[in-house]
Structure formats: structure tokens, C-alpha cells
Design a protein around this ligand. Structure first.
Ligand SMILES: Cc1ncc(C[n+]2csc(CCOP(=O)(O)OP(=O)(O)OP(=O)(O)O)c2C)c(N)n1
Length: 229
């Protein structure tokens, strides 16, 4: 019997790229999800995002966070696809999510080194000492209640997020193995968007956009002016 989505996801995540499209959801979205038979689960998590005081990571589009006691680093992928210029691609983001701590530390060190010559590697540090060694501090934290739906046959996950600072956003996500078929993922996302009746052609803001706009407008403006957000 093939493994179900949730059983595959943990394994896939280690070596995958997340292709995602955000959307604004309403009561109809929820109704449609129930009608198309998506399996559902609900959970809650608290995210803490870390960066240096000069924002070396986020200014390189690298997002370091702690969620449910685990470290995760989201960074842009360098892969290009033929569908790059399409409307479907323009509405989506693509990030590699790294969950292996030594690899996260290595990547963070490299980014810091690129920005500052005298940063040392700190790979063998115990516990969370690497954070202070690398001058990383928490710059954003919030709790999300997430309802996740899965369309098993497409391998698509749809999340409806409610953040505790008062922002609701949905996202359609497909995991693609590294070097895999991003074009097909974009098509799955487009098909799902149509099923959900999403017609907008504007990129929708993520939770971090709204959080920073409200709580750190100076950094938000900087990320906007550098086209990171
Ligand atoms: C629309 C959009 N979203 C995110 C970014 C960049 N970015 C900003 S913060 C950030 C990190 C948070 O990513 P996001 O997908 O928004 O959060 P979440 O849904 O909680 O993560 P998941 O559980 O899916 O892993 C990124 C990649 C961007 N430039 N544009």
C-alpha cells in the first residue's frame, strides 16, 4: 500500500523544495475543501524567528526559525524552470527547507562569513550556545493555529493559518524533490487554486510580511526595497 501524504512528508522534507502559493480564504474556501474530500487535521505551533541585529540572514532571504523545539532554515533555491515567467510561477514562492541542525549551522555561518570576515564557525557548540556565539537573536514570534487539508491524489497540501496577531492566510503547497519537476508542481497548484475558486492574480502577503509591517516597519521597508518580501 502506498504511504499516505503525512507519512511521506517528514521523509520528503529533508531533501525537497517547497513550492507554495498563498491566498486569502473565506467561508466558501472551507466549504469547498470539505466538498472535495480533503482529509483534515488541526494543530498549533509557536514560531520564533532569529537573525543578527543587522539582519544578515533575512536580507539574504534566509529565514531561521524554531518551531515545536526544532530548528528550520528556509532559503531560496537556485534552480530555474522553463515555466519561470508564467503567471502561475509569479504567484508562487520556492524555498528549500533545511531541518538538519549541523547543515543549518553551516549555512548560517557561511552567510555571516560572506557578510563579515571574522565570523568563526561554531559547529561543535552544545545546546543553543551557537545562537549567542553567532549573535543571533529572536526578532519575531507568533503562534499559528493551522488547519491542514490534503488532496492525496495530487500530493497537495492546503493550510489555513490563523496567526495570533490577527492575520489569516491560506497556502497551497507541493513538495518537489531536489532537481524534480517544478513545472508539474506549479500545474498542481494552479489546478487546486481553480478548484478552490481562487481568481486573484496578485501575490498574497505571508504572516511575516504583516508581522514586520506592524512591529518592525523599518526592516519591512528594507526587505521590500530589496525585493525580498
Ligand atoms: C508570499 C511570500 N511568502 C514568503 C516570503 C519569504 N519569507 C518570508 S518569511 C518566510 C519564512 C516563513 O515562510 P512562510 O511560508 O510564509 O511561513 P509558514 O507558512 O508558517 O511556513 P511553512 O509552515 O509553510 O513552512 C519566508 C520564506 C516571500 N518573499 N513571499
Amino acid at each position: 500500500m502506498p504511504l499516505r501524504y503525512w507519512d511521506r512528508k517528514t521523509r520528503l522534507l529533508e531533501m525537497s523544495v517547497e513550492v507554495e502559493r498563498k491566498f486569502l480564504c473565506n467561508a466558501d474556501t472551507l466549504k469547498t475543501l470539505e466538498e472535495i474530500g480533503a482529509s483534515v487535521r488541526q494543530h498549533q505551533f509557536h514560531d520564533q524567528y532569529y537573525d543578527s541585529p543587522k539582519f544578515d540572514l533575512t536580507l539574504r532571504d534566509a529565514w531561521l526559525r524554531k518551531r515545536k523545539g526544532c530548528w528550520e532554515l528556509k532559503c531560496p533555491t537556485t534552480e530555474k524552470t522553463s515555466g519561470e515567467q508564467s503567471k502561475a510561477a509569479a504567484l508562487c514562492t520556492r524555498y528549500k527547507e533545511i531541518t538538519n541542525l549541523p547543515e543549518i549551522q553551516q549555512r548560517v555561518t557561511k552567510i555571516m562569513k560572506d557578510n563579515c570576515e571574522d565570523t568563526e564557525t561554531s559547529l561543535s557548540l552544545e545546546g543553543e550556545a551557537w545562537l549567542s556565539k553567532m549573535n543571533l537573536v529572536c526578532f519575531a514570534e507568533f503562534t499559528t493555529v493551522r488547519r491542514s487539508f490534503v488532496l492525496e491524489e495530487e500530493g497537495v497540501q492546503i493550510d489555513l493559518d490563523q496567526a495570533d496577531f490577527g492575520y489569516c492566510v491560506g497556502e497551497i503547497e507541493v513538495l518537489v524533490p531536489e532537481g524534480g519537476d517544478v513545472q508539474s508542481a506549479l500545474e498542481k497548484i494552479e489546478r487546486t487554486a481553480q478548484k478552490l475558486g481562487l481568481s486573484g492574480d496578485q501575490r498574497i502577503e505571508g504572516k511575516m510580511n504583516v508581522y514586520l509591517k506592524r512591529y518592525n516597519p523599518k526592516h519591512y521597508e528594507k526587505l521590500m526595497s530589496q525585493h525580498i518580501l
